[in-house]
Design a protein around this ligand. Structure first.
Ligand SMILES: [Cu+2]
Length: 174
């Protein structure tokens, strides 16, 4: 009876650790996308990104512009020539924005949900931004993996400790 409880606990522990391992093997690669503000226009006017990505607007004009969400999600305030403003998008959706002093200047950021880890229908090669030839993998992604691995190790150590305490209790009850 008690042994079967311990066994169930161990199975539960393994099931708790497995998703952590899977998550660590498929790290999301956050990207930064540039939108130039030049000649009273946003370029690109429509930008499609993935959740977790960052958009950086940079004003090239001598006149001050803003990147202001039409739904109040973000507002750069006045960007003088050469100034930049960044927003990291954490929720999927369509984000329309405009320049407050020049409302005819409009733009849109489409934020897609994170890519599904199921590789049943691989995306066409053209959809993947081609990395510059010979460029190494981004350091950011590697650092991120290392961070998750540390968390995993701590998590497993914690769970093993818990299982050990459970085993000792079983022994005491006998
Ligand atoms: Cu403007």
């Amino acid at each position: 009876m008690i042994v079967s409880v311990v066994r169930i606990t161990l199975v539960a522990l393994v099931m708790a650790v497995l998703p952590m391992t899977l998550a660590a093997t498929t790290p999301a690669r956050a990207t930064t996308h540039a939108v130039e503000i030049a000649n009273f226009a946003f370029a690109p006017a429509t930008l499609t990104i993935t959740v977790g990505d960052t958009v950086t607007w940079t004003n090239q004009d001598a006149v001050a512009h803003t990147a202001t969400s039409t739904t109040g999600v973000f507002d750069s305030g006045d960007l003088e020539q050469g100034e930049s403003y960044s927003v990291t998008f954490t929720a999927p959706g369509t984000y329309d924005y405009l320049c407050t002093p020049h409302p005819s200047m409009t733009g849109r950021v489409v934020v897609l949900a994170a890519a599904t880890p199921v590789p049943a229908t691989p995306a066409p090669a053209s959809a993947t931004p081609a990395p510059a030839s010979g460029s190494p993998l981004p350091d950011v992604a590697m650092e991120r993996e290392a961070g998750i691995n540390l968390a995993q190790i701590l998590g497993v150590a914690f769970l093993v400790l818990g299982a050990g305490i459970a085993a000792v209790r079983v022994r005491q009850q006998r």
